[in-house]
Design a protein around this ligand. Structure first.
Ligand code: IFG
Length: 542
């Protein structure tokens, strides 16, 4: 862009008007806009994540006032159907009864013999008068329902009756996920988010076929989950958050409600109790856990790496056992995440001592260990552990090699590079929210990489998938979460779900731009990135 020098007075005005910087014109306009309105019928497969196989053909299926949703006599399938009906009723105004009648026009069916569909795959067949979703499991039907939603006009997401036709393009979609682990992480420790706000985030990730919600429950600034045997963790440790706000916590009943709500979307909740670092809130609550036993003051800043449990004290392991026992009992999922990151105040020897004694507590309580990749550095991951990589381009080769060694020794790897997948990274220099210690992460940069080949020396078979962490040092409202997650969250879902072949930024960004109609219908406070061709009329809510 040619720099046009502005007369000083004009320069002042231009700056006041918020031009990107004094003396330059507004940034170059983004890619050409998309049509202001959606097509009458969305082409089959023009959704996110991109399905594995799409065979368009024939006339569309039309949802009508007479539509009935047919299910077998199976509670899991009926639950998926009821959720679909509940989603579609407000905008269509149709009754959409769920019936056990195979002659219904919208049918959800299980086919245990459809082995190729695996645990989450589905087949969608759409034709005049009949739409059939087939899967091996209710989870597969739930993933297929997200495709049904996205094939319908975005207006279907609205909660008031919309006068329009509800057509789904004709043809067949046969779809299976590339990776078994497709996670989104929400940090509720730096800033606390209520049960309703977390449920809203679950709704958002469910639309993009995520299947894991990693909840970062504890950190220096706050402890967010009640532990019956350690009441001070919430009496004291939950009373703060970054910036000095009131903080908060989940009772065990509230936490169970979150787990249930996620399970209804076939999303596994993975609780993280970050140890031995990131433990200041626990140390404030129980001073006997510090090596010198001195009482500490709550911390509401955003520094990291200054806290540690004490390897030489038996209290440490009694504490860890109390917490991990109760967390495991609240977790129907396979994993408990024990953190392990940024233990900068823990000696390597102490780190190994504590992780060697803490990991068996997880397995003793019937769960598998998940941890940040530092566990492969100064310690040895427990058998069957899931290691979450959060390094970045500048991470040293030896640190990456430690992860590769663990992978070759049997650990599963979840890839969430900070300079690709961290949704709390600023989009660019001008993003008001977020951090930038890993650099800025544009929409394209968050999409244009491959989890399967990202880490050198990690066997393809060890890569279980991808995760999109959203840290909340600078984010305190649901709107903040939406602004940082949209438009980057859907792209990471596609990296986890879609085949690598056929995925490229130039075509993806058009499918992404089309999603804006849906985000408007859902009322999301999304960021209108200049990288993406948005529909002419789609404006984020004021
Ligand atoms: N790194 C810390 C987080 C958070 C993050 C913010 C990890 C594993 C920086 N650890 O990411 O607690 O502060 O971007």
């Amino acid at each position: 862009m040619r720099r046009r020098l502005l007369a000083p007075a004009l320069l002042l005005l231009a700056t006041a008007l918020g031009c990107t910087e004094a003396g330059t014109a507004a940034p170059a306009p983004g890619p050409a806009a998309l049509p202001a309105t959606e097509p009458e019928v969305r082409p089959l497969g023009r959704i996110i994540p991109l399905p594995a196989s799409v065979r368009p053909g024939g006339a569309p299926y039309t949802l009508t006032a007479a539509t009935r949703i047919g299910v077998p006599d199976h509670p899991g399938v009926r639950a998926v159907a009821e959720r679909l009906a509940a989603r579609l009723r407000p905008a269509t105004g149709f009754r959409l009864p769920v019936v056990t009648d195979p002659a219904a026009d919208l049918v959800l069916r299980l086919d245990p013999a459809a082995g190729a569909l695996g645990d989450e795959g589905y087949e969608l067949r759409s034709a005049p008068g009949r739409l059939t979703l087939t899967a091996r499991t209710p989870a597969g039907l739930f993933r297929g329902v997200q495709t049904v939603r996205q094939q319908l006009p975005a207006a279907v997401e609205r909660d008031t009756a919309q006068r329009r036709a509800w057509k789904i393009a004709g043809g067949t979609v046969t779809d299976v996920p590339r990776f078994p682990y497709r996670g989104a992480m929400l940090d509720v420790a730096r800033h606390f988010f209520t049960v309703e706000e977390v449920k809203a985030y679950i709704d958002r990730i469910a639309l993009y076929k995520y299947n894991a919600l990693h909840l970062h429950l504890t950190d220096d600034q706050g402890w967010r989950i009640a532990i019956g045997s350690r009441p001070k963790l919430t009496e004291v440790g939950a009373a703060t958050e970054v910036g000095g706000g009131p903080g908060g916590f989940y009772t065990q009943e509230q936490y169970k409600e979150l787990v249930r709500y996620a399970a209804a979307a076939h999303i596994e909740v993975i609780p993280e109790i970050d140890l031995p670092g990131h433990t200041h809130a626990a140390l404030v609550s129980y001073p006997e856990l510090t090596c010198d036993g001195k009482a500490l003051k709550p911390y509401t800043g955003i520094e990291v790496g200054f806290s540690t449990l004490c390897a030489g004290k038996e209290e440490t392991y009694a504490f860890a056992d109390d917490v991990l026992r109760e967390i495991a009992a609240l977790t129907p999922g396979r994993y408990v995440h024990i953190g392990g990151d940024e233990a900068k105040s823990t000696s390597p020897a102490d780190y190994r001592t504590m992780t060697d004694r803490i990991q068996p507590l997880v397995t003793r309580h019937g769960k598998q260990v998940m941890a940040w990749h530092q566990l492969t550095g100064d310690a040895t991951p427990a058998p069957g552990a899931l290691i979450q990589y959060w390094g970045l381009d500048r991470t040293t080769a030896e640190e990456k090699e430690k992860v590769a060694e663990a992978a070759r020794a049997g650990a599963g790897i979840v890839v969430s590079p900070a300079d690709r997948a961290y949704l709390d990274m600023k989009y660019d220099e001008d993003t008001p929210l977020g951090l930038r210690w890993a650099g800025t992460v544009s929409v394209e940069r968050s999409y244009d990489w491959d989890p399967a080949t990202y880490l050198p020396g990690v066997p393809r078979s060890a890569v279980r998938g991808v995760e999109a962490p959203l840290w909340t040092e600078t984010l305190s409202t649901p709107e903040h979460l939406d602004t940082m997650a949209f438009p980057r969250l859907p792209g990471l879902a596609e990296l986890g779900w879609s085949p690598a072949a056929g995925r490229d930024w130039s075509t993806y960004k058009v499918r992404l731009g089309e999603q804006a109609h849906r985000w408007d219908a859902l009322g999301l406070s999304w960021y209108r990135s200049p990288e993406v061709p948005w529909p002419a009329a789609a404006e984020p809510p004021a």
